[in-house]
Design a protein around this ligand. Structure first.
Ligand code: R5P
Length: 224
C-alpha cells in the first residue's frame, strides 16, 4: 500500500467518528482525504469549522458550509492529521503551517481524532522539526530562546524563495530541529512562555483522544 492509500484508509475510517451538527476539520494531505470523504455525507451535519484557509476552500469546493468559530458554541469532534504522534497521544503538528488555528479548533472540540499513516507513530518525538509560529518582529528573539532549550531553529521560507513563509495569521514559522522531546507537556508549556510565540506545534496538554493509524495490515485504533 502507498502512503496515500494508507491516508485514504484512515480518512474513510474517520467517518464513523463524525457526530454533532458542526465538525472541526484539520489541515494537510490526510485531512484533505477526510474532507473528500466528508463530502459524501454532507447531508448528515450542518457545517464545519476549518483550521486553515486551504481547508476552508476545499470544504467550500465540496459545497460544505464553513462557519466562523465565533458563531459556534460547541464542536463534538475535531479530525486532523499529525506529523508525529507518541504512545500517549501527544503530537507534533504544523508541517502544513496551520498549527495555531488547529490548536484553537481542537481546544473547543470535545474529542480529537488523529488520522495518520503508520510512519507517524514514534517513541520519542522530535525527529520531525517542531514548528513554532511567531510574530515576525520577534522571530530572531524567539529563535535565541529556542536555542537555549537545545533546539536548532530554522526560519521556514516560501518554497523556491529566500523570503519568510507567512501563515494565514500573518506569522512566521521557526522549524526547530534537534529536540528529543521526552516531556512534551513541559516543553509545550515552556515554549508557550516565550514572548513573541503565537503557538507551538506540540499538542500535548491537549493531545488526541483517538488515533486511527493506517498500516498495511489495516487501520489500527489507539485510544488515550
Ligand atoms: O499544519 C499542518 C498540520 O498540522 C497537518 O495536520 C500535519 O502537518 C500533517 O499533515 P499530513 O497529513 O499532510 O502529513
Amino acid at each position: 500500500m502507498t502512503q496515500d492509500e494508507l491516508k485514504q484508509a484512515v480518512a474513510r475510517s474517520a467517518i464513523a467518528y463524525v457526530e454533532g451538527d458542526i465538525i472541526g476539520v484539520g489541515t494537510g494531505s490526510t485531512a484533505n482525504f477526510f474532507i473528500d470523504e466528508l463530502a459524501k455525507i454532507k447531508d448528515r451535519f450542518k457545517g464545519t469549522v476549518a483550521s486553515s484557509e486551504a481547508t476552508a476552500a476545499r470544504l467550500r469546493g465540496h459545497g460544505i458550509a464553513v462557519l466562523d468559530l465565533n458563531d459556534v458554541a460547541e464542536i463534538a469532534v475535531y479530525i486532523d492529521g499529525a506529523d508525529e504522534i507518541n504512545a500517549a497521544g501527544a503530537m507534533i503538528k504544523g508541517g502544513g503551517a496551520a498549527l495555531t488555528r488547529e490548536k484553537i479548533v481542537a481546544s473547543v472540540s470535545k474529542k480529537f481524532v488523529c488520522i495518520a499513516d503508520g510512519s507517524k507513530l514514534v517513541e520519542t518525538m522530535g525527529k520531525f522539526p517542531l514548528p513554532v509560529e511567531v510574530l515576525p518582529m520577534a522571530r530572531n528573539a524567539v529563535a535565541r530562546q529556542l536555542e537555549k532549550l537545545g533546539g536548532q531553529p530554522k526560519l521556514r521560507l516560501k518554497a523556491g524563495t529566500d523570503e519568510a513563509f507567512v501563515t494565514d495569521n500573518g506569522g512566521n514559522i521557526l522549524d526547530v530541529a534537534g529536540l528529543a522531546i521526552t516531556d512534551p507537556v513541559a516543553l509545550e508549556a515552556q515554549i508557550n512562555q516565550i514572548v513573541g510565540v503565537i503557538a507551538v506545534g506540540l499538542f500535548a496538554a491537549r493531545g488526541a483522544d483517538v488515533c486511527l493509524l493506517g498500516t498495511p495490515e489495516g487501520v489500527r485504533t489507539l485510544t488515550y
